[in-house]
Design a binder for this molecule. Structure first.
Ligand code: UTP
Length: 294
């Protein structure tokens, strides 16, 4: 008989989308950063599909002013579908319906002021209740055979506790990330004994950093509720997670795949090239075009 432990399933995912996206101004003056198109679909849809493929059943958006377009994107669009049907564009209909959210599964709450990622997550406290949950930052995209969150759910089913996606970054860049203090590392699962938000390279405990995918236990809300500000004067998720360590297991997963920072212009452009190159329809043409710029 198997003695494997079972842990509460991860059914809900929070998508914090209330940030200002200042690095993309003026493009994001009116349009949410999360609606920027990566190849043929907006960033938020990439994140939604990854979560759905990982078995997530409820999708919780933390939105703010001028973000209504994000919820509209996942709605049923009868006029559009009718027109496409009349024109016999069945492949497009499939693409459109793929962006529809199942009925009763999209939940919205608002973050009135962008006080930081930790504060955005705190705003979803009531919607999460008392169960483990995922967090998806839509401006981090991961090109992978198996979705990053699916890999994390698999790891979580083995370990329980908290699991965050991690990668090694150049030492000079640690001040852009939440950085791990590592207890042990088997090359795939990292046992974490501490976390520091945005340390200068000389103060960083390692160069292994968290990227925008998390599976957390609801106790993180106890720490977020203190509304303490950290790096950059923002309420930081990393600081609240750090306080869980010691009381709960806390692991990093070295996921398989290539991550792109679509919150920066350079990362976003690179991601568009990478996604376009692996697109069945246009990949070869894109490759040919690129040779013109060498
Ligand atoms: P970023 O750190 O990239 O911040 O947020 P930002 O404000 O969106 O962009 P810049 O730095 O001004 O260009 C990462 C994710 O967290 C959300 C953002 O919408 C994004 O999806 N976020 C950030 C919030 O929902 N609320 C916040 O207060 C901060």
């Amino acid at each position: 008989m198997s003695t494997a432990k079972t842990f509460k399933p991860v059914r809900k995912a929070v998508f914090p989308v209330a940030g200002l996206g200042t690095r993309f101004l003026p493009a994001t003056k009116v349009m949410p950063k999360e609606m920027l198109p990566l190849n043929d679909r907006p960033l938020i849809q990439h994140a939604y599909e990854e979560a759905r493929d990982a078995g997530i059943e409820e999708f919780l958006f933390v939105t703010g002013r001028q973000k209504e377009m994000l919820e509209e994107h996942f709605d049923y669009q009868p006029e559009l579908i009718e027109t496409l049907e009349r024109r016999g564009k069945t492949d497009m209909i499939e693409k459109i319906t793929n962006s529809e959210m199942p009925e009763g599964k999209l939940f919205l709450t608002r973050q009135p002021r962008p006080l930081g990622l930790g504060h955005a997550i705190w705003c979803a406290k009531k919607l999460i209740g008392d169960e483990p949950f995922a967090i998806m930052l839509p401006d981090d995209v991961i090109l992978a055979e198996k979705g990053c969150l699916s890999q994390m759910v698999e790891a979580y089913n083995e370990t329980g506790g908290n699991v965050v996606a991690v990668m090694d970054v150049p030492k000079k860049d640690t001040a852009k990330y939440g950085v791990l203090d590592i207890k042990s590392d088997d090359g795939k699962i990292v046992d974490i004994q501490g976390l520091v938000e945005k340390p200068l390279p000389e103060n960083a405990p390692s160069n292994t950093s968290i990227i925008g995918r998390y599976i957390l236990q609801p106790e993180v809300f106890d720490h977020l509720s203190a509304f303490e500000t950290g790096a950059g004067g923002e309420i930081q998720l990393t600081d609240a997670m750090a306080k869980l360590i010691g009381n709960q297991p806390f692991y990093g997963l070295r996921y398989e795949g290539q991550r792109y920072d679509c919150g920066s212009r350079l990362g976003f452009i690179e991601a568009n090239i990478a996604y376009a190159l692996q697109d069945d329809e246009i990949g070869q043409d894109v490759s040919n075009i690129l040779t013109k710029y060498k």
